[in-house]
Each structure stands twice: as C-alpha cells, then as structure tokens.
Design a protein around this ligand. Structure first.
Ligand SMILES: [Zn+2]
Length: 129
C-alpha cells in the first residue's frame, strides 16, 4: 500500500467551486478598481481580493502562505484558472480515487479472509492443546 490515496486536488479549489460565493467586480470597496473583487459568501461575509498581488483579507490567506478559496474563486471568474484544465484534473483525480477504492476493497476482502483463517487456527489450537 505505497500508493497515495489522497486526492490530487487542493481542497481549497474544491471549496471554491462547490461553496456558494458571489464574485462582485464593481461594487462596494471593489467599485471602480479593475483589480479588486468583492467575494461574498453564502453567510454574507465579504472578502476583498486584490488580483495584483493575489491578496485576500480572510485568515486563511493572511496567516498561511496559500491561495485561499476566495482567490481561487476569483481566478476562476477571471479565467486565470482554466476551467477545462481543472475539469480534466478533477476527472483524472476521481478516476484515480475510484481505482484506489477498488484496490482497498480488494485488500479489505483479503484481510477479512485472513482473519477468518486465524480464527479457524485458534479453534484448532484449542483442540490440539
Ligand atoms: Zn480568502
């Protein structure tokens, strides 16, 4: 079992796609600025994303050296993150995970069979002793 079964896709990218956000390029604090986007989450929280240096106000972006889900959502909006490429990556990853799952099922089956054999051996051992 040396093969990695972890998804090959950044969880933040998945959240950027699957969570509900509004990307507002020209409203509030982003009004009149080409590089600023206001990202509003479903709960109504607002984060200003600056595409010049890919900065975001959220704690994830400020405290970790990563591109947060808001930045990724804006990157999808602006086309910097290629949708087709991402779709292909997600499909490949899903295929890989399905293969891993099938492999793990096979291994689980083998382990269960070995456990049955061991229980048989224990019963025999009691008869022999
Ligand atoms: Zn953010």
């Amino acid at each position: 079992m040396s093969q990695s079964i972890q998804p090959d896709v950044e969880p933040r990218t998945l959240r950027a796609i699957t969570q509900t956000f509004s990307v507002l390029p020209d409203i509030g604090r982003a009004k009149g600025a080409d590089d600023l986007y206001l990202v509003v989450s479903q709960s109504g929280k607002e984060y200003l994303v600056d595409t010049r240096d890919w900065a975001c106000e959220c704690p994830d972006a400020r405290h970790r050296d990563v591109r947060c889900k808001h930045q990724r959502r804006v990157a999808l909006h602006t086309g910097e993150l290629d949708v087709d490429e991402l779709e292909e990556q997600l499909a490949t990853t899903a295929d890989d995970l399905e293969s891993s799952a099938a492999e793990l099922e096979q291994q689980a089956q083998e382990l269960a069979e070995t456990a049955v054999e061991l229980h048989d051996a224990i019963e025999r051992l009691e008869e022999v002793a």
